[in-house]
Design a protein around this ligand. Structure first.
Ligand code: DOR
Length: 418
């Protein structure tokens, strides 16, 4: 299945020297060093996750490039883009090069850094955007935090526009979310927790779209969580603005009930909300408003997640569980086809991050041999202890799911096989 070309047929795929050598029915297997039987499986371009936290440098007790990319390969991902909220933040060309270097030595899949848009991600001085771009940053974001002031947003969008790369916004108006721990609704009131209202996300998207109208930067909404946000993005795209948006597994499946009992595994930023939001996000995927899927893989240690709810960090791991969860939320619900799901996980994120220029996100003869083999019928139970990533903080433990990556091939080498 290659959504980029529309190719969808029973075929063999031959790989030689890290490239796709041939695609076609009944290719000879005789000189092959290794044959993977993909009977009954989908053979797709390697999956790409444009939003993960690998925690290196600085938070290696949560995850490293080695453990995070092992989790990625296990989940079927051949490429991940890592966020800059590390310690120090990825705000210098040296740090961008450091990520490439570490990934080259320890990574199980391809890693591309998203650089900080402001120095230290503090939101008060732009980072050296053109130097970061030259060093290989594939996009810019202060993810984990929003760029709060319109003045700084205008400067950053102008600077990023010159690079041709995308700016990715973590949409959270800070004065509306101070001290917030979960979705502002009936449950936050009952639990006595400060709520994170939809308005804080919607206001930022609306503001940024207005600021960007005169600039025309490629503007991307990260982990969109509310029905109102879907509508704002829909309108902006209808007005031909260069706006894209991503949805995450938890926002497609979970409501604020995940935080009942002060369950910190359900604590995530932006928060999981209500069924009406889930329905709107799925509808946004179905009608092409949301064109990218991203896990926001956010590892945290068991000790950190054992803190009282208000003190526990926000975030959940996603790389190893994303594929069957997207399938449940989007394919089984009838929102989209398998082909479209693969498109949202391959060529669309490749375009967002400019990786399509390297041939990533598609399956074509002569292109890089990044390939995922998916068994759509594989049934399994999500067991946190069995995850290979360093942190196990998933709210989906015990869930029965369908679909698994049975082989993940990066540059022609098998990075994971189950
Ligand atoms: O829940 C989240 N966790 N959302 C973010 O934006 C950041 C992430 C993290 O770094 O833990």
């Amino acid at each position: 299945m290659d959504p980029a070309s529309g190719h969808d047929a029973v075929a063999d795929v031959a790989i030689l020297d890290g490239r796709i050598a041939a695609i076609g029915p009944s290719l000879p297997t005789s000189p092959a060093q290794r044959v993977i039987n993909a009977q009954g499986c989908f053979v797709t371009p390697g999956l790409i996750d444009p939003h993960v936290h690998l925690r290196e440098p600085g938070h290696e007790h949560k995850e490293t490039i080695a453990t995070g990319t092992a989790a990625a390969a296990r989940g079927g991902f051949t490429t991940v883009c890592c966020m800059p909220n590390t310690s120090p933040a990825l705000d210098t060309p040296e740090l961008v090069r450091y990520i490439y270097d570490r990934a080259g030595h320890t990574g199980r899949c391809r890693v591309f850094p998203v650089a900080a848009a402001t120095k230290g991600r503090h939101g008060d001085e732009p980072a050296e955007i053109s130097l970061l771009n030259a060093a290989g940053a594939v996009a810019f974001s202060d993810d984990g935090d929003c760029i709060p002031t319109p003045g700084m947003m205008q400067r950053v969008l102008s600077l990023v526009a010159r690079t041709g790369k995308a700016f990715m916004q973590h949409c959270q108006e800070p004065t509306l979310t101070r001290g917030s721990a979960m979705h502002a609704g009936e449950i936050s009131v009952r639990l006595g927790l400060t709520g994170w209202p939809r308005l804080a996300e919607e206001l930022i998207i609306e503001r940024d779209v207005m600021i960007n109208r005169a600039i025309g930067c490629r503007y991307h909404v990260q982990h969109l969580s509310s029905a109102g946000s879907v509508e704002i993005v829909r309108r902006a795209r209808a007005a031909k603005q260069p706006v894209t948006a991503e949805a995450s597994p938890h926002h497609l499946l979970l409501t604020h009930e995940a935080c009942e009992g002060y369950n910190t595994l359900g604590k995530v930023n932006p928060p999981v909300r209500e069924q009406t939001d889930i329905d709107a996000i799925r509808a946004g995927v179905a009608d092409g408003t949301i064109t990218v899927l991203a896990t926001d893989h956010a590892p945290h240690s068991a000790d950190e997640k054992a803190l009282p709810f208000e003190e526990a960090p926000m975030g959940m791991v996603g790389l190893e569980t994303a594929l069957p969860l997207y399938r449940e939320a989007l394919v089984d619900s009838g929102a989209i086809s398998w082909m479209r799901l693969i498109e949202l996980m391959t060529v669309e994120p490749a375009r967002l991050c400019g990786l399509d220029a390297m041939g990533l996100g598609r399956l074509e003869v002569g292109g890089p041999a990044d390939v995922t083999v998916i068994d759509p019928g594989a049934e399994w139970t999500i067991e946190p202890a069995s995850l290979v990533g360093r942190s196990k903080n998933t709210p989906f433990g015990g869930r029965r799911v369908r679909g698994a990556a049975v082989a993940t091939i990066v540059r022609g080498e098998v990075a994971n096989q189950r």
